[in-house]
Design a binder for this molecule. Structure first.
Ligand SMILES: [Ca+2]
Ligand SMILES: [Ca+2]
Ligand SMILES: [Ca+2]
Ligand SMILES: [Ca+2]
Length: 473
């Protein structure tokens, strides 16, 4: 991804149970005029699905799918499908969203066609988990736990099944693969070894498992959390009692601590969670409670993500952006955990958009960060989503299908207005009749009122289709 081409950013939020989408425009360009590095742009994109979304979200490489855990269950989300409940605790998802890997009672994969299936085991035990999958869904890595509680990293393909990666020399009790490169050639994780402590490893078929080494400093342990798709960059956490630093490894530079001056975390804990396809973007979290998301790139070093977004004009006021847990291959989409202004826990996404993208409606905001890509709405107003009191959901007021009274939210009042406006003679008037078509069949009928009502149920029994005229090409 050409980071210098980025001019727009958006900040999305994925919540739980119904789809609500929202984006906010930012007007400030960050980095413009600096001549180098991402000049991030000016949109915010919030996808809210319901309150109380869960933890540890992961992204598909294209940023289109999010998987995560609700307190009440597990989910896969995309803008087009909304929430799909999953019978698996998900840790990673393939590009097309079709393969989700994680944990059921042991390492497992889920597909729409086959459901959840076990990946088998190495040791006759019945425990472990899958932690990552290649973009094509074909290769999976994770860890197996034996009946004697020996952890061993594994790789898996349909043909070979589960193959153990062993341990670093001198190690025998702990191995845990966390990530795999796009072609499956490089696997990273943590193993015990001769140094006794658990250390980050890099595995290749030719060299086997190798100790990644430790950064300079008093670190006794290290954990590799992610590898770039090209296998060239590894990121993770280096640890010593009372201290932890995020690191980034390359063959040329070895393990380097990702702490730059000025240090936004003032020496407190840091951990890198994920990196993009070429390793040029790293995300993670830091601070005494490990609760603030950060963004690293070589031009700017470590920055607090919330500050970056606020600097771009994003409306993140009142948000606590907790750990950033994953980033798309392009580096443009970042997902993490946080607390919304209303106090609910939410999964959020920040999107960085290309300045030179298509602007179908000519309102100055490129399609991928336009809250209404097919309605000219230069103000990018996004009041809420589906439900009274709903947070901005990434769908602009101008194209919030179902919101016929035009107050920026689709609520029960809208369903009532639709029904009354369709009476002969009508007993109510729709302020925004163009938003009536909630079921997306091209007409405004009583069925649209039913869809709005059902979309408001918890859990919803219908989804409002974003296919009314202002939301359509
Ligand atoms: Ca536009
Ligand atoms: Ca627009
Ligand atoms: Ca909205
Ligand atoms: Ca409304």
């Amino acid at each position: 991804m050409h980071r210098t081409a980025m001019r727009f950013a958006s900040f999305e939020r994925v919540g739980a149970a119904t789809l609500r989408t929202a984006r906010l425009v930012f007007a400030v360009l960050l980095g413009a005029g600096s001549g180098a590095g991402p000049a991030l742009g000016a949109n915010a994109l919030f996808h809210a699905v319901a309150p109380d979304t869960g933890t540890d979200p992961s992204l598909s490489p294209d940023g289109g799918f999010v998987v995560g855990a609700f307190p009440s269950g597990h989910f896969r989300w995309s803008a087009s499908t909304g929430i799909v409940p999953l019978p698996i605790l998900p840790h990673a998802v393939s590009t097309n969203g079709e393969v989700v890997v994680g944990f059921v009672t042991e390492a497992a994969r889920w597909t729409e066609d086959e459901g959840a299936t076990s990946l088998g085991d190495l040791s006759g035990g019945n425990a472990g988990g899958a932690t990552d999958v290649t973009p094509d869904g074909a290769r999976i890595v994770g860890y197996d736990i034996s009946p004697r509680s020996v952890y061993q990293a594994f790789r898996w393909t349909a043909n070979e099944g589960m193959v153990g990666l062993g341990h670093l020399p001198g190690g025998a009790g702990f191995g845990h693969a966390n990530a795999v490169s796009a072609d499956g050639a490089v696997i990273v994780g943590t193993s015990d070894g001769t140094r006794g402590q658990r250390v980050a490893f890099r595995w290749t078929a030719g060299a086997g498992m190798e100790d990644l080494g430790a950064p300079a400093g008093p670190f006794s342990s290290s954990f590799a959390h992610d590898v770039s798709q090209d296998g060239e960059v590894i990121v993770g956490l280096a640890y010593e009692v009372g201290h932890a630093d995020a690191f980034r490894w390359t063959a040329a530079e070895g393990v380097q601590v990702l702490r730059s001056a000025p240090d936004p975390f003032s020496g407190a804990f840091m951990s890198a969670s994920a990196t993009n396809a070429d390793g040029s973007i790293v995300v993670g979290h830091g601070g005494d409670s490990l609760s603030s998301a950060f963004l690293w790139d070589p031009d700017h070093g470590v920055r607090i993500l919330a500050d970056v977004l606020a600097g771009l004009g994003a409306n993140v006021a009142g948000w606590q952006l907790g750990p950033a847990t994953d980033v798309s291959a392009s580096g443009q989409v970042i997902v993490g955990e946080g607390v919304a202004p209303d106090g609910t826990r939410q999964v959020w996404i920040a999107r960085l958009c290309e300045q030179a993208g298509v602007d179908a409606d000519g309102d100055g905001v490129t399609d991928e960060c336009d809250v209404c890509p097919f309605s000219s709405d230069p103000d990018q107003q996004d009041t809420g989503g589906v439900g009274a009191g709903s947070l901005p959901d990434g769908v602009g007021d101008a194209c919030q299908c179902g919101d016929v009274d035009g107050n920026g939210r689709a609520t029960l009042a809208d369903a009532v207005v639709i029904q009354r406006a369709l009476l002969v003679p009508p007993t109510a008037t729709m302020s925004a009749p163009e938003l009536c078509d909630a079921d997306g069949n091209g007409r405004c009928t009583a069925a649209d009122a039913v869809v709005v009502r059902r979309a408001l149920l918890r859990p919803p029994s219908a989804r409002i289709r974003q296919a009314c005229a202002p939301a359509s090409p």
